[in-house]
Design a protein around this ligand. Structure first.
Ligand code: CAA
Length: 257
């Protein structure tokens, strides 16, 4: 598949998706989000891919929804095409998504970052939800995921002022996992993605699903979901191989079955 707004490559079981509208800081127009979702869903179905790396460039992960595209549209036109509904499909991707985030991650860029399961940020990352300054509000999950990620107080400050936070502050609030120099964030994220890609994929996907349920389910139901996942994985060949390899003191060879 050839794309106009993203670049899709792969390396050792990792599908790499690079947002590619550098002239306007990877502003997320409709085409980009459609292409991104199409590629993520393709990678999710591909048995050779076990982890996904999502990145932009050093200057911008993404500076938000494309304001040029939205500025003249009527509320009814945007509602009729249900512009942000396609984003829900990103949260249904079952393989882990590692974000490599540098520069601006604003508005939809921050919302996209929050759809990643693990985020490696460069020291230059600038993260925020500036929609209020445009007279609107986040539309792709910002008010919901930011509160879950950093707590109500910090989220309120970010959402109501529209002021971004630095990579270090994002690290303090648990919004990103690690902050590294700009020269290193991509390699660091790729290394992590490859490490996860080498794990048994059924277990990885089940863990991702169960961990996300923690946001939605009461504890007891979440525990039950986890336990059923555990029992199910006992039926996998990779479980046999993993345990056998441990007992034989050798490296396991996981097949994804
Ligand atoms: N949409 C469209 N174009 C954008 C853009 C966006 N979100 N962000 C930046 N650009 C364009 C600029 O218009 C500029 O284009 P030109 O060269 O043609 O003038 C180019 O990218 C470079 O940007 P700047 O010259 O502004 O660069 P800067 O370094 O001075 O400032 C910035 C960078 C602080 C990120 C600034 O560009 C900015 O504030 N961008 C808008 C950020 C924003 O408000 N995002 C939220 C969008 S709404 C949303 O995302 C809703 C949602 O919930 C999904």
């Amino acid at each position: 598949m050839s794309y106009e707004t993203i670049i899709a490559t792969r390396e050792e079981g990792v599908g790499i998706v690079t947002l590619n509208r550098p002239k306007i800081l990877n502003a997320l127009n409709l085409k980009l989000v459609d292409e991104l979702v199409a590629e993520l869903e393709k990678l999710d179905k591909d048995p050779d891919i076990r982890a996904i790396l999502l990145t932009g460039n050093d200057k911008a992960f993404a500076a938000g929804a494309d304001i040029n595209e939205m500025a003249e549209d009527s509320a009814i036109a945007i509602m009729k095409r249900d512009q942000f509904a396609v984003w829900d499909r990103i949260s249904l991707i079952s393989k882990p998504i590692i974000g490599a985030v540098s520069g601006f991650a604003l508005g939809g860029g921050c919302e996209l970052m929050m759809n990643c399961d693990i985020v490696i940020a460069s020291e230059t990352a600038v993260i925020g939800q500036p929609e209020v300054k445009l007279g609107v509000m986040p539309g792709a999950g910002g008010t919901q995921r930011l509160v879950r990620a950093v707590g109500l107080r910090k989220a309120m400050e970010m959402l109501l002022t529209g002021e971004p936070i630095s990579a270090q502050e994002a690290l303090r609030y648990g919004l990103v996992n690690r902050v590294v120099p700009v020269e290193a964030y991509l390699q660091e994220a790729l290394k992590l993605a490859k490490q996860i890609a080498a794990q048994p994929p059924l277990a990885v996907q089940m863990i991702k699903r169960a961990a996300h349920k923690a946001d939605d389910l009461p504890l007891q139901e979440g525990m039950e979901y986890e336990r059923n996942g555990f029992y199910l994985l006992l039926a996998s060949e990779d479980r046999k191989e993993g345990m056998q390899a441990f007992l034989e003191k050798r490296k396991p060879r996981f097949t994804g079955n």
